[in-house]
Design a protein around this ligand. Sequence first.
Ligand code: FES
Ligand code: FES
Length: 158
Amino acid sequence: MNQTITLHVNGSAKTVTTDSERLLLDILREELQLTGTKYGCGEGLCGACTVLIEGKNVRSCRAKAVDVDGKAITTIEGLAHGENLHPVQEAFLAEGAMQCGYCTPGMILTTIALLNEHPQPTDEQLLRFMNGNLCRCNGYPKVLNAIHRAAGRLEKIK
Ligand code: FES
Ligand code: FES
């Protein structure tokens, strides 16, 4: 059954008519052309499709679009302001925390959700929060350094 919903994506209201079973990931990529949100496993296991909904990290491959009707959604495209990157993007860039980059949007958005919840996370909080975000290039040490940098903790992890 089709439903008309309004998604507040990166500060803009987007009205779409969609099948009630359709996934948020499909709407973002195919209807709104926000292809920075990646399709990885499609099963909620890799974190590549992570977006923020009301500031919390959500796997868009498991969320039905109709369930986030009216909610504020942030994708990777919504973070920079013109030439000015978001501090977490800057931290990832400064630490070289990306190789192929496929996991990077999800990593960055999950980091923002982590820092929303724990502005100065302990290593345990950090590892528990980021645990479900996979990087097939095995770039974890630099990702962790970027998160520490973003949190204002510049000490490098081993
Ligand atoms: S594509 Fe959504 S968690 Fe892997
Ligand atoms: S940088 Fe390639 S998957 Fe993480």
